[in-house]
Design a protein around this ligand. Sequence first.
Ligand SMILES: [Zn+2]
Length: 298
Amino acid sequence: MTADAGLEALADRAALVLLYHGAWTTPPTELAGGLHNVPPVVMRSQLAAVGRHFEWVDVDTLAAMSDPRGYAAVTFDDGYRSVFDEALPVFEALDVPITVYLNGAVFEGRVFWRDKVRLVQNRGWVDAFERFADNVPRIPGRRFYRYTKDPGTNSARVDAELDRFLASRAAAPPPRYCVDDVDDLPRHDLVAYGNHGHHHYVMSSLDAAQQAAEVDRTARLLERLRGGRLSRWFSVPFGDARDFDAATTAVIEAAGYRGVLLSRGRVHDRPRRLHGAGSVERFMPTDSPLAFWPGALA
Ligand SMILES: [Zn+2]
């Protein structure tokens, strides 16, 4: 089946909510391993193909539909600079709206903790970290990148150990690849912003008070974006069913959010509930121009 035939068939039975992260033509070396990156030129061909068969709307509009078949939306998580520096012109050229989900802690001087994980990995320091961090349990059969985001291990503790480790190496501070100044977030007709948790911690690894802080601190920061459109949906860090729980649902509802955005490599056929929250399925295209939806059409 060609890409176009597959998308045409898909539009009859589902909506497509795309999830992108990095949008670098050439990702920074220290991020490249373990980063989900789609170069803008590839993104453009993907969007053109989707746009031949789906009608673009923003994700909040799509999420409110009882029958969203034939609609598509684009989301970005983590707020990497490349979204604005490299990808935005593509969305302007195609007139496609995007919603960018942010982690408030980076606007308070923190480095995105998963970039620290990637830094340790890409500098070949995993063994050294594991000797150093007696506070972060290893999980047999799981590599460093995976066990550090396990819901059974409090993400805040892993983040603190990463800071302690990097300080012990007297390494230069990790480079900051996310937009970290609110004034650098463009107010743009095609761009809306949303909440992706304050530190991008695994919500289900935290207690209820920590979860509430993760949601509320970034919600308050987003309210400072005067003139910027805000999404009423919470993008769950890591985006799988195990990454949040009923406590998360209670916290986001109390904060006025309508539900959660997931990342499970699925198409969105209709609103469904998960852990008591309304949920929207999202799909991460790979960096391949044509075969970018493996499995989704099966
Ligand atoms: Zn994320």
